[in-house]
Ligand binder design. Structure first.
Ligand SMILES: Cc1cc2nc3c(=O)[nH]c(=O)nc-3n(C[C@H](O)[C@H](O)[C@H](O)COP(=O)(O)O)c2cc1C
Length: 185
């Protein structure tokens, strides 16, 4: 698929089939992520791939975290929190390394990891898969970060849900760059 076609026709797709994604496809997506530019070649992204029962364990942690954040959460809200982990048969959580040396800047590491996420969204699309970038309160939750192997002060920038699309997506329509661009000559 041509890169322009992929960029322009990719879209977030949340509704997916439960069918598992073959590991070689997930590895292709991860490999695309690892092609992202990154300053000082620190490769600041950390990918955690969850499939199968790992998603159930994450679901339990997400439910417990909601109850911890909101002890009065209704059972329906707790069930919804649990289901967030179970949206797709594969999930890639993306964490960001804290700078290990003074010349490395945290925002640049976050930027590089974000570029990796977009690469992965495009790769998933090119492979005929549906993908969607999620964050929300779970991305800032210390217990969820700990479960995934991240430090509580590490940025967790994405839960990328991946699956086979339930329906053929329609072509996305996005505003032009015009009103966000200044030309200086
Ligand atoms: C940093 C970031 C965080 C996001 N978090 C969420 C989220 O928590 N829930 C959600 O439904 N979509 C989330 N999205 C996806 C956007 O809502 C989605 O990209 C947007 O609706 C545009 O859709 P498109 O990707 O089809 O152009 C997030 C996107 C980004 C870049």
């Amino acid at each position: 698929m041509d890169v322009f076609e992929a960029i322009h026709s990719r879209q977030s797709i949340g509704k997916v089939k439960p069918d598992p994604i073959p590991r070689p496809l997930i590895e292709k997506i991860l490999a695309a992520g690892a092609q992202a530019p990154n300053h000082y070649r620190v490769r600041p992204w950390r990918f955690v791939v969850l499939t199968g029962s790992a998603l159930d364990r994450l679901a339990d942690v997400m439910a417990a975290s909601l109850k911890k954040r909101d002890p009065n959460a209704a059972p329906e809200a707790v069930a919804a929190a649990r289901n967030k982990a179970l949206r797709s048969p594969a999930l890639i959580a993306v964490g960001v390394d804290k700078p290990g040396e003074s010349k490395v800047i945290e925002i640049e590491n976050v930027s590089a990891a974000s570029a990796a996420v977009q690469n992965m969204l495009l790769a998933a699309y090119a492979l005929g898969l549906a993908a969607k970038w999620h964050t929300g309160a779970n991305a800032a939750d210390a217990d969820i970060k700990t479960f995934l192997g991240f430090a509580p002060d590490q940025h967790l920038i994405a839960f990328i849900h991946i699956g086979y699309p339930l329906a053929e997506p329609s072509a996305p329509s996005r505003p032009s760059f015009d009103d966000r661009t200044t030309w200086m000559e």
